[in-house]
Design a protein around this ligand. Structure first.
Ligand code: ADP
Ligand code: MG
Length: 354
């Protein structure tokens, strides 16, 4: 198993920094998710690790060794992209064997390795098919087998499931996780799908404009976003603005712009500071009637979207629309125009940087 580390990586295209001083350490055997909107630099980072682009500055370390001088084909890195680019005229077997054939491996050994890896991705028996005789999911398994057959030290996946429909995608997510665990290979997985990243990955990093804005296990990043971008990108967040009225021990009392006040973790605040709190929709409870107070706001329901197990409400509170997510075991349902009180616990006010 191997570690990958990028240190101070910067890549500019004219005035635009596709990567802006990115430093990240990928641990041995982990499945690491790179998450961010389109254009945030995810592919550029993978391509820099793979060796397809030259960085302006920074280092790429594989097991501690700077591999920037090492050409792509000697980096011992496997890759799968969204457009898997299998050779259409070649069989599954030949597609997978390709990387071994060019290395001039003896035929017997190639066959053993290809059979083994096709078993792993559950394609045994389909060796003689051509790519167009396979489903999208099967083609993607061939691409994965092809990337793994050379036993690379690191696996880079750039939106590998992006072209699959929802059902197939979920099936492949499970498969991907299983295969990654079985092989134990350090894997960097790019996706713009936040749920996919949270479900699959040991740790995630959120990128924006060429920078890492937050890094950690999915649960940590979701529950404790440190800045507005991360809070809003990973899941849904309501943002409450206010000013710190006083601090008492570990608790800050914040006067909210929407009226009322919030108790929140003090988190480095001082009296008089501007405060920005992120509150997740599922942390907010609803009850009928109007009662402003501590961690209580009143508003009027403007939308209720029922989706089976849950309902998502939009509640107009002053000039802001607050999202509230309720399991359908909640004691009652609300309709548009209902006057409601929103309430939540102090620990669910997460102070974030603007
Ligand atoms: P992502 O994969 O997160 O969508 P990319 O890494 O592909 O983002 O791109 C990051 C930024 O760099 C984007 O603004 C993109 O337009 C720009 N970019 C990427 N490659 C090139 C290139 N070869 N020439 C000019 N700009 C590029
Ligand atoms: Mg990309």
């Amino acid at each position: 198993m191997s570690t990958v580390e990028v240190v101070g990586c910067t890549k500019r295209y004219g005035a635009l920094a596709a990567l802006d001083e990115v430093s990240l350490k990928f641990k041995e055997g982990e499945l690491f998710g790179l998450l961010g909107p389109s254009g945030s630099g995810k592919t550029t980072l993978l391509r820099a690790i793979a060796g397809f682009i030259d960085l302006d500055h920074g280092q790429v370390l594989l097991d501690g060794e700077d591999i920037r001088p090492v050409p792509v084909h000697k980096r011992d890195i496997g890759m799968v992209f969204q457009n898997y680019a299998l050779f259409p005229h070649m069989t599954v077997f030949d597609n997978v064997a390709f990387g071994l054939s060019v290395r001039k491996m003896p035929a017997g050994e190639i066959k053993a390795r290809v059979d083994e890896i096709l078993g792993l991705v559950r394609l045994a028996g389909l060796q003689e098919r051509k790519p167009k005789q396979l489903s999208g999911g099967q083609q993607q398994r061939v691409a994965l087998a092809r990337a793994l057959v050379t036993r690379p030290k690191v696996l880079l996946l750039d939106e590998p499931l992006g072209a699959l429909d929802k059902h197939l995608r979920e099936e492949m997510q499970v498969e991907l996780r299983r295969i990654q665990r079985e092989v134990g290979i350090t894997t960097i997985f790019v996706t713009h799908d936040q749920e996919e990243a949270m479900t699959l990955c040991d740790r995630i990093a959120i990128m924006n404009q060429g920078q890492i804005v937050q890094l950690g296990p999915p649960f940590e990043v979701y529950e404790h976003p440190t800045n507005r971008f991360a809070a809003g990108f990973l899941g849904v967040a309501n943002f409450l603005e206010g000013r710190v009225a006083s601090i008492s021990g570990n608790e800050a009392r914040i006067e909210l712009k929407l009226g009322g006040e919030a108790l929140a973790p003090a988190d480095g605040y001082r009296a008089g500071d501007a405060a920005l709190l992120a509150v997740r929709p599922e942390k907010i409870g609803l009850e009928p009637g109007s009662a402003v107070g501590v961690n209580r706001l009143t508003g009027s329901v403007i939308g209720a979207v029922f989706s089976g197990s849950s309902t998502t409400y939009r509640v107009q509170v002053g000039d802001q629309v607050v999202a509230v997510f309720q399991q359908n075991s909640a004691p009652r349902r609300f309709q548009p125009d209902d006057k409601v009180t929103l309430h939540w616990s102090p620990e669910h006010n997460v102070p974030v940087a603007p």
